[in-house]
Design a protein around this ligand. Sequence first.
Ligand code: SF4
Length: 76
Amino acid sequence: TYVVTDACIRCKYMDCVEVCPVDCFYEGENMLVINPNECIDCGVCEPECPAEAILPDTENGLESWMELNRKYAEEW
Ligand code: SF4
């Protein structure tokens, strides 16, 4: 799954939302998040993000962001 990180905060671009084939972006507090249960890992959103805020969850040190993405997505 892919995960949205702090570079998204206050970013006003929604390019990622538009390209996602399964519409799994949701609005969290100050940022967008990806619902890890819905993301199909296609990767098309990653290069669309002008803030480079979207990373694959295979990167190190993303645990707290993964938790936040899940939390905000589940609040919907
Ligand atoms: Fe959507 Fe694909 Fe990005 Fe997952 S990797 S959030 S399915 S565009």
